[in-house]
Design a binder for this molecule. Structure first.
Ligand SMILES: [Mg+2]
Length: 155
């Protein structure tokens, strides 16, 4: 199982009135609630992370795992290929879907509203978060259900 994960607007709520706190490793701190909610998806499903965030190229996979670990999330982390063609998030995800021919179940967590324009078979695995709130408990529960349902269909 796979979680396609954005960071800004999912793990880091984006607020114009409050500057984002940067930790000593140079990356933004995560919302404690979003951390709990993401960790609960991982604990309940064993899903791995596939980073879609525009920050993805800044670190390699093991550096990302350390950044997440420092923020309370233990996970196996991979990332989408670098976005050298300046695709929008929707186009990046469609490209990934076509290139990988994915067979395991997945869910997409992202605040990017361009994802509302995804083809239906991907959109029904997509949760568009509110960027100023970040990942909520209800969204985490929905994500677990999406991952499990697709797993059952295949079994
Ligand atoms: Mg975002």
């Amino acid at each position: 199982m796979l979680i396609l994960l954005d960071i800004d607007g999912v793990m880091v709520p984006t607020t114009s009135w409050k500057p984002t706190e940067i930790l000593s490793d140079g990356f933004a701190s995560f919302s404690p609630r979003a951390v709990n909610n993401l960790q609960s998806i991982i604990c309940n499903t064993g899903a791995k992370l596939l980073l879609t965030t525009s920050h993805k190229s800044r670190y390699n996979n093991s550096e990302w795992e350390q950044i997440f670990k420092t923020r309370g999330i233990i996970a196996s982390i991979h990332k989408l290929e670098d976005n050298n063609d300046n695709l929008n998030r929707r186009e990046e995800i469609v490209r990934w879907y076509i290139m990988t021919n994915i067979s395991e179940s997945f869910v997409i967590l992202d605040d990017d509203k361009s994802l509302n324009g995804l083809p239906e078979y991907i959109k029904n695995k997509t949760i568009v978060t509110s960027g100023t709130v970040g990942l909520t408990l209800e969204e985490a529960e929905t994500a677990i259900n999406i991952l499990r349902k697709d797993e059952l269909v295949k079994a």
